[in-house]
Design a protein around this ligand. Structure first.
Ligand SMILES: Nc1ncnc2c1ncn2[C@@H]1O[C@H](COP(=O)(O)OP(=O)(O)OP(=O)(O)O)[C@@H](O)[C@H]1O
Ligand SMILES: [Mg+2]
Length: 245
């Protein structure tokens, strides 16, 4: 572990989206959070809107677990890590409509900007897949675009993911967002001719960077070990260029 004193510069923040809901965004966000913390960076995670929320936002709770942190460690930032929670596990536009509470992008951007001042990097976990609306006009990814967040895409490596991934990449690129690259999550450990070929054909069509492949491992320390190489590659991409200011 690098001592925090030896790291005195900011990293880019990142928006972590997925090819669908339940593909491993929370797992990758938590692992990346732990990795960057272990390297001496002061990082925090965010989930702008948590739907299906009973009390404390579940994904933030999982990120904290991966990062070996407690809720009290972020006590001063609780209102900013998850500005919106809703009961129904659905797209934010519907959950918000049912509870008659509008989702205001100003509130989300403000919470992000407060965290980005106090932390070296904010890891923002997306909601569902890339094109998820939070009202009748706007998608969550529009906010990521306004904040100039580069995107990390988690792909559930399974039959059907070529289409999901190519569509998602097209959606990200056509909106002018920078796509850092992909992490393939080995869905339920299935390895066959299809899952071996998926990354190759996706790379052929898009030339996108593939950071690596996450195995299906239930214990989080084992998963973290497997994530190390991926984390190192992502860290290099998050380092600021001189021109980033
Ligand atoms: N590599 C993995 N090894 C073992 N379990 C995994 C792995 N990736 C994901 N899972 C499990 O699969 C489930 C879905 O993963 P996760 O919660 O990270 O998805 P998500 O994309 O964040 O979903 P949501 O859209 O609800 O936020 C979780 O129970 C998680 O623990
Ligand atoms: Mg999640």
């Amino acid at each position: 572990m690098t001592s925090p004193e030896s790291v005195n510069h900011k990293l880019k923040s990142v928006f972590i989206t997925g090819t669908d809901t339940e593909v491993g965004k929370t797992v990758v966000t938590g692992l990346l959070g732990r990795f960057l913390s272990d390297k001496g960076y002061n990082v925090i995670t965010q989930k702008w809107i948590q739907t299906g929320c009973k009390s404390f936002p579940e994904d933030i709770f999982s990120h904290l677990n991966f990062m070996k942190r407690k809720r009290s460690d972020i006590r001063n930032y609780l209102e900013y890590v998850c500005p919106y929670t809703f009961k129904l596990a659905s797209s934010p536009h519907l959950a918000s409509k049912l509870e008659k509470r509008k989702i205001r992008q100003g509130k989300i951007k403000n919470s992000f900007s407060i965290l980005s001042k106090d932390f070296d990097s904010v890891l923002v976990e997306g909601i569902g897949g890339a094109l998820v609306p939070f009202n009748n006009k706007k998608m969550v990814i529009d906010i990521a675009g306004q904040l100039h967040l580069p995107v990390l895409l988690v792909v559930s490596n399974q039959l059907g993911c070529i289409n999901h991934t190519l569509l998602t990449i097209e959606a990200i690129r056509s909106r002018g967002l920078k796509l850092l690259g992909l992490v393939f999550n080995n869905h339920h450990g299935k390895e066959d001719i299809i899952t071996k070929d998926n990354p190759k054909i996706i790379k052929t069509f898009t030339k996108v960077r593939i950071f690596g492949h996450l195995p299906w491992v239930k214990d989080s320390d084992g998963l973290y070990k497997a994530f190390n190489v991926i984390g190192g590659r992502i860290l290099n991409e998050l380092k600021m260029d001189v021109n980033d200011g």
